[in-house]
Design a protein around this ligand. Structure first.
Ligand code: CUA
Length: 351
């Protein structure tokens, strides 16, 4: 009775864990819910390799159990030495050939897909959607060379279109990863990596048009906060976004917003920019471009986007993102100045 109860408990625990883990598969975040051509290819490779591994484990376990049972020492036969066998050509050939066949089954689609995913010839076309991604401690810059705009933290892309990426880093090695759509690709300081992704429109809809992106390489104390968001829009909406964000001007009609603008021009503009058509060279772009900031998904990549969180961030960025580069050069702001700056920043809209 006791044993039965224990078994029941263990079973319940496993069922609970299974139910909880099943909840991990959110459409905006999960590799197990692929939302585009690249993610689907990566997912099928994962399934194939897992299936092969499970097959090997099952066969080996069956043989192991059979041998343990069949050849165990029996009562009354303690002193009997069993027949000694050395070498068996048939068996040896069999267990050499089977792994080779399994490896070939795994290698053919892997190599084929690797070449396909690395094919970025279409990048050179004039109408290609290209994004230069630059990873920094701890924020992301997205430059659209063909559209001549720069933005950060929110990557905006059209759905059902090949989007080409050139990725690199400005300080240390990071890694660009949109779990449900594809990646990861290292962003290096010494070279540019190139690849492409497709954002499926139906899958984007089930994720409410928003995928989560992550830094997938341990890069410092705030690595876990180095998130970005991906807004996947239908092509026409993407084009509208491009033309809108090109010439937005913040409305600084209130005295407070005007004062905020002054603080910004005095203390922040050295690193940040508020225009998407930022003509400065890359070395001068030392902090996120804030064009369209008010319509972004998160403050500093991680906090929910609201006034209160923005103030909290402006008051003490170090507390929210330890080791971020803004903290060193940050001016001491009074509560009033924080309010003014907040008002100004919330005027930096997408259109
Ligand atoms: Cu950047 Cu981890």
């Amino acid at each position: 009775m006791r044993k039965w109860r224990l078994n029941f408990r263990v079973l319940s625990l496993f069922s609970l864990v299974a139910v909880l883990l099943a909840g991990c598969g959110e459409p905006f975040l999960s590799t197990l819910r692929p939302a585009g051509e690249v993610a689907e290819k990566q997912y099928s490779l994962m399934l194939l390799s897992t299936a092969i591994m499970v097959l090997v484990i099952i066969v080996v376990t069956i043989i192991f159990v059979y041998v343990v049972v069949r050849f165990k020492r029996r009562k009354g036969e303690e002193d009997v030495i069993p027949k000694q066998v050395e070498g068996n050509h048939k068996l040896e050939i069999l267990w050499t050939v089977i792994p080779i066949i399994l490896l070939v089954i795994l290698a053919v689609p892997t190599v084929a897909d690797t070449f396909k995913l690395a094919d970025v010839k279409g990048m050179e076309k004039e109408d290609a959607i290209v994004v230069n991604v630059r990873a920094n401690l701890y924020w992301w810059e997205f430059e659209y060379p063909n559209q001549k705009i720069i933005t950060s933290q929110d990557l905006v892309v059209p759905t059902d279109t090949k989007v080409y990426f050139n990725v690199k880093a400005s300080d240390v090695k990071h890694s660009f990863w949109i779990p449900s759509v594809g990646g990861k690709v290292d962003t290096n300081t010494e070279n540019e990596n190139k690849f492409w992704l497709v954002f499926d429109s139906e899958k984007a809809e089930s994720a409410n048009g928003l995928f989560y992106g992550k830094c997938a390489e341990l890069c410092g104390p705030s690595h876990a906060y180095m998130d970005f968001k991906v807004k996947a829009l239908p092509s026409e909406e993407f084009d509208t976004w491009v033309s809108d964000i090109k010439d937005v001007k913040p409305d600084v009609s209130t005295a407070s917003a005007k004062a905020g603008e002054e603080i910004f021009t005095e203390s922040c503009i050295g690193c940040h920019a508020v225009e998407a058509q930022d003509g400065r060279p890359e070395q001068a772009r030392q902090a996120p471009n804030l064009a369209g900031f008010a319509d972004r998904e998160r403050i500093a990549g991680v906090l929910e986007h609201n006034e209160e969180n923005l103030k909290q961030w402006l008051k003490n960025p170090e507390e929210i993102k330890p080791g971020n580069k803004m903290s060193n050069t940050y001016p001491d702001l009074t509560d009033e100045q924080v309010d003014q700056l907040t008002e100004y920043l919330l005027e930096l809209k997408e259109k």
